[in-house]
Ligand binder design. Structure first.
Ligand code: KIV
Length: 283
């Protein structure tokens, strides 16, 4: 059954009605299909694909071309879902015009409904220009993985009064710049609650507690596929890493002991054709 794709207006209404938005990242066609079938409200094609799909140690190496290819696959897998493309490092920092151009590529080439970019005050000019271009922009503050060099690693943010005030000021600036929503990552729940209660636009959490307008998780964490590290805020709902390894082990063992392929995995010749073949080969 085709579900109705949510719009920015639906998302805003869900905030007003206190209905949490449940959403997840996806990077490929199958997981996009599974997420849509499971009833996700939105999908983020995160630049976390650099770590979850390509095995980089962070998101900085991810390119526009990689993002576009993965967004296209996710769009094919989830045609009826509101999908957000994540702008990779250096696609919006260099200049405002490059930011608008690259945001446009997500819409034009990959059919994204919105884009997300990281940062507070320092990216407000870009947010304003992209929004002025008629596109939907989601902000992303707190732990911003593209700046882990500056942050000193994948570390929670806003844990002191001064740093929490900076995060809250960034949130206000992003709303004023014209973002339609905000993602807050790895800050204490009290700080996220202040932001959620202060801003008119929806405020979503990843690792920022339950007092938000919705929750995002990384699909590779939910499925238990990502092995490099497990942030404190992650809950694994499956252990596909173990299940996949076990399935591969069983397959390799069956090949080696010749129990695979069995008869049911093979094609039969058309009746009588084997005899004909033997005669042909004996001529
Ligand atoms: O790339 C991503 O998946 C993200 C999340 C970490 C929020 O930006």
């Amino acid at each position: 059954m085709n579900k109705k794709k949510l719009s920015r207006i639906d998302l805003q209404k869900m905030k007003t009605e206190g209905k949490p938005v449940a959403w997840i990242t996806a990077y490929d066609f199958p997981n996009a299909q599974f997420a849509e079938a499971a009833g996700t409200d939105m999908i983020l094609v995160g630049d976390s694909l650099g770590m979850c799909v390509y095995g980089y140690s962070g998101t900085v190496p991810v390119t526009m071309e990689q993002c576009i290819v993965h967004c296209e696959a996710v769009r094919r897998g989830a045609p009826n879902t509101f999908i957000i493309g994540d702008m990779p490092f250096l696609s919006y920092q260099v200049s405002v015009s490059e930011a608008v151009y690259n945001a446009g590529r997500f819409h034009k080439e990959a059919g994204m409904d919105a884009i997300k970019l990281e940062g507070g005050h320092r990216v407000c000019e870009q947010i304003r220009a992209i929004a002025d271009g008629g596109m939907l922009v989601m902000g992303h503050i707190g732990l911003t993985p593209q700046s882990t060099g500056q942050l000193g690693g994948f570390k929670a943010q806003g844990r002191t009064a001064d740093t929490a005030r900076n995060v809250i000021e960034d949130a206000r600036a992003i709303e004023n710049a014209g973002a339609f929503a905000l993602l807050v990552e790895a800050v204490p729940p009290e700080v996220c609650k202040i932001i959620r209660d202060t801003l008119r636009i929806p405020v979503y959490s990843i690792g920022a507690g339950v007092e938000a307008d919705g929750q995002l998780m990384i699909c590779s964490d939910v499925l238990g596929q990502f092995q490099a590290f497990t942030p404190k805020f992650v809950k694994k709902y499956e252990n596909l890493a173990d299940k996949s390894t076990k399935a591969f082990e069983t397959y390799f063992a069956e090949v080696r002991n010749k129990s695979f392929p069995a008869e049911e995995h093979t094609y039969k010749m058309v009746d009588g054709e084997l005899d004909k073949l033997r005669q042909l080969l004996n001529k």
